[in-house]
Design a protein around this ligand. Structure first.
Ligand code: CMC
Length: 427
């Protein structure tokens, strides 16, 4: 017999169904509550609200577990490429050789932007933030591929490959434009991540020397960001999709949500914070004291997470990847030493212990990107490229759900009660 929860309201009993996931997470289904009782639930910031049923990503925040389609992130990080993981997330299957070849060929076939899109880059001022350019140009895709508006279902694979491939081209073009550099086109014989580095750093007369370690590190960064269930940007993508907006418009909205400093924008702010500590000569302790004091308005960026109450498994992998990368490139970075010192001090501090605040994915990713020569304003763009498979898969889930309804939360109105119009000369 299916389980129910009993809710007693004003002496009346309501039976609410319990929904159990495949990993035994449980939820109380309150969808009939307002119809039956007149009450809604209130959960500001959605701290305790499940917004959908999803088959893509599982997180156990207490244990620090992250799995894409059931496979632990540690196994994928060690054994897979970003493109294989994108196939896993979007197509719900680790590709065999033939499938991977077909998927890679689709990415290559769709890597070039419509030639006229290029002119739109001219309209942005110098120093425009590349996240603003990225969201605008992804949305512009809806103008250049009008079939997006009508043939989404029959052409989903092509549209997905186009978005996944072109986000990287747009990102690199945005960077070149912001630096006044000539645009470099993708090369069909380069793989996904190599091509991005080529478009970012080659010159018309001189291709960059592709370092294996650099390609591997960036591919890992993309892979670790590929999905993360119902975070702010993915929920945004799902919400826009629920209105039956097209894939490019939904993904552009995701980019806007990701940009914020409490979300993907944190990777840029972490580096700015570490630089500030370095330049001020602070050993980190002053900053930690500030971060504990709410009135300072500061936080230890790259620390804390809504879901993880344990070490973010992505941060663990990235910390090790930073050490490996610096060893292989025979380099060092004082910011890595500061980050490690901050982590050590915070993990011993009762403020962080009591609130279960640990390093999150953004704490070490910027240090790795700095080592690859990626400028700080591109960090959140890199996050967006990595997150694209997750946004696409979540979009698909919404579109393929025969029971999907438009996302439309309610509110508790706290404004003035009935109040009548006053003509302008009597106000
Ligand atoms: N430094 C200092 N105090 C913190 C921090 C931090 N980084 N994060 C949370 N707290 C405190 C917060 O002040 C609150 O204290 P109290 O209980 O005394 O009021 C308590 O911990 C709970 O914090 P919250 O803001 O209610 O938690 P949340 O789940 O709403 O926010 C968060 C999660 C990630 C926005 C927050 O931890 C934060 O601002 N971290 C810094 C920004 C950051 O690194 N963001 C990247 C998140 S991971 C990748 C991604 O999603 O993009």
């Amino acid at each position: 017999m299916s389980k129910t929860a009993e809710l007693i309201l004003e002496g009346r009993s309501y039976q609410l169904p319990i929904v159990e996931g495949t990993e035994k997470e449980r939820a109380i289904d309150i969808s009939s509550l307002r119809g039956e009782s007149g009450y809604i639930t209130l959960d500001e910031g959605y701290v305790n609200t499940g917004s959908c049923r999803s088959q893509i990503t599982f997180i156990d925040g207490e244990k620090g577990i992250l799995r894409y389609r059931g496979i632990p992130i540690e196994e994928l990080a060690e054994k897979c490429s970003f493109v294989e993981v994108a196939h896993l997330i979007i197509m719900n299957k680790l590709p065999n050789r033939e499938e991977l070849k077909r998927f890679s060929e689709m990415l290559t076939a769709n890597e070039l932007l419509h030639e006229d899109i290029k002119y739109h880059f001219e309209g942005f001022p110098p120093n425009a933030h590349p996240m603003a350019i990225l969201s605008s140009m992804i949305n512009a895709g809806s103008c250049f591929y009008p079939e997006l508006l009508t043939e989404m279902r029959s052409q989903f694979d092509v549209q997905a490959a186009r978005l996944l491939s072109q986000v990287r081209t747009i990102a690199a073009f945005a960077y070149r434009k912001s630096r006044g550099l000539p645009i470099i086109y993708p090369k069909p014989d380069y793989r996904y991540t190599e091509n991005f580095l080529h478009m970012m750093f080659s010159l018309p007369y001189n291709d960059i020397e592709m370092k294996r370690e650099a390609v591997k590190a960036l591919d890992l960064i993309f892979l670790l960001h590929a999905d993360h269930e119902q975070n702010c940007s993915t929920s945004t993508v799902r919400m826009v999709a629920s209105a039956r907006s097209n894939l490019f418009a939904s993904a552009a909205a995701g980019v806007c949500a990701l940009w914020g400093s409490l979300h993907g924008g944190a990777n840029q702010v972490v580096i700015e914070m570490l630089k500030e500590i370095h330049e001020s000569g602070d050993d980190g302790s002053r900053f930690i004291e500030d971060a504990k004091n709410k009135s300072s308005g500061r936080r230890l960026m790259g620390f804390g997470h809504r879901v993880y109450k344990n070490y973010d498994p992505r941060a663990k992998i990235l910390k090790k990847a930073c050490d490996d990368l610096f060893a292989k490139l025979d380099r060092s970075d004082p910011l890595l030493d500061i980050a490690k010192r901050l982590e050590e001090a915070a993990l011993k501090d009762s403020y962080f212990i009591e609130r279960q605040l640990y390093p999150n994915v953004d704490f070490y990713s910027g240090i790795a990107m700095r080592a690859l020569g990626i400028p700080v304003e591109m960090f959140t763009v890199i996050f967006a490229i990595g997150r694209m498979p997750g946004w696409i898969a979540n979009y698909k889930e919404v579109m393929e759900d025969p029971n999907a309804r438009i996302s439309r939360p309610r509110q508790i109105y706290m404004g003035p009660t009935l109040n009548h119009f006053v003509p302008i000369d009597q106000r």
